[in-house]
Design a binder for this molecule. Structure first.
Ligand SMILES: Nc1ncnc2c1ncn2[C@@H]1O[C@H](COP(=O)(O)OP(=O)(O)OP(=O)(O)O)[C@@H](O)[C@H]1O
Length: 284
């Protein structure tokens, strides 16, 4: 994929808030969440969430079913009302106009409602909306970026197919394609691999990682597969009951004790290549 469109999203530097906060790691954080809380149907679903994601890092949000992972990503994406702050560089996400927000962050929901009669190409092309002038048409560059992302996700044979005629895994890749076509410097992916076979899981995560390294993307994903999370993430946040139960390097968060306590599972944690933790289920 070529560099980001429009030159707005310069990756490192251009929008960075270096020096804007006195001292500490916040200086290099691209995404900051402060005291975030979400109430749904009068029930507190998230509270007191603080997160920092450094520029170019990959944060994996993990936790048991119902812990609040998807809710956190929605709140970070600005599509769910919340209290507290979500800042990208120094910009509060909630106060950005949708077009400006879409140039700064791309969000791929877990299972969005899809327009079944729309073609794969036209749906992915929607990711270019923030770059298309009002009342204007997409440019050749917009179509080239879209075709390139579809190709990298093995979706070229499906470009003319309507979304209603895709398998679950193909649909999931199309949703990811739309987010990547957006070429935003911050990528929020909710369970990007659940419907994918092993090969496509690897393809998708490797592609995201390559884009992260090449273009300096900052990535936040929820992931149920803890070993995969441990292999790709620079840091992890474990949610439990809508609060942060642990956060830090994968080896610090993926311990038998924390997993036993918060997932009610018996596991063995081994040390894999590059010292990254691998989580194996053990029969009780
Ligand atoms: N619209 C809603 N109204 C009320 N409660 C909701 C709503 N959406 C989610 N919840 C509740 O909020 C909690 C967190 O849900 P969320 O989808 O964020 O969990 P999750 O960690 O992503 O779970 P999973 O691993 O099962 O996808 C759950 O208890 C869920 O039932």
């Amino acid at each position: 994929m070529s560099g980001r469109a429009g030159g707005h999203a310069g990756g490192h530097g251009e929008l960075a808030n270096a020096g804007s906060e006195p001292g500490g790691e916040e200086i290099v954080s691209r995404v900051r969440v402060r005291n975030l809380a979400v109430v749904l149907e009068r029930r507190s679903v998230l509270s007191g969430i603080d997160l920092d994601v450094r520029d170019g890092d990959w944060l994996a949000v993990i936790g048991a079913n119902g812990a609040g992972k998807s809710t956190l990503l929605k709140a970070m994406a600005g599509v769910l009302p919340c209290s507290g702050e979500v800042l990208i560089d120094d910009a509060p996400v909630r106060r950005l106009k949708p077009r400006d927000r879409a140039r700064l962050l791309a969000y791929a929901p877990q299972s969005p409602a899809l327009p079944v009669d729309m073609t794969v190409f036209d749906y992915a092309l929607l990711g270019r909306t923030p770059y298309i002038p009002y009342l204007g048409r997409e440019s050749r560059h917009d179509r080239e970026v879209t075709a390139s992302v579809l190709d990298r996700l093995d979706l070229s044979p499906f470009t003319a197919r309507t979304l209603g005629h895709l398998s679950g895994g193909e649909r999931q890749r199309v949703v990811l394609a739309r987010a990547l076509v957006q070429q935003a410097p911050v990528l929020l992916l909710d369970e990007p691999t659940t419907a994918l076979d092993l090969g496509h899981q690897q393809q998708v995560l490797e592609l995201v990682d390559r884009l992260r390294l090449a273009d300096g993307l900052t990535v936040v994903t929820t992931l149920h597969d803890l070993s995969l999370a441990g292999q790709y993430a620079d840091s992890m946040t474990l949610l439990s009951g809508g609060r942060v139960a642990a956060s830090g390097a994968p080896a610090k968060v993926l311990t038998g004790e924390l997993i036993g306590e918060h997932f009610d599972a018996r596991v063995r944690v081994a040390t894999g290549p590059a010292g990254r933790p691998e989580v194996h289920l053990e029969r009780p």
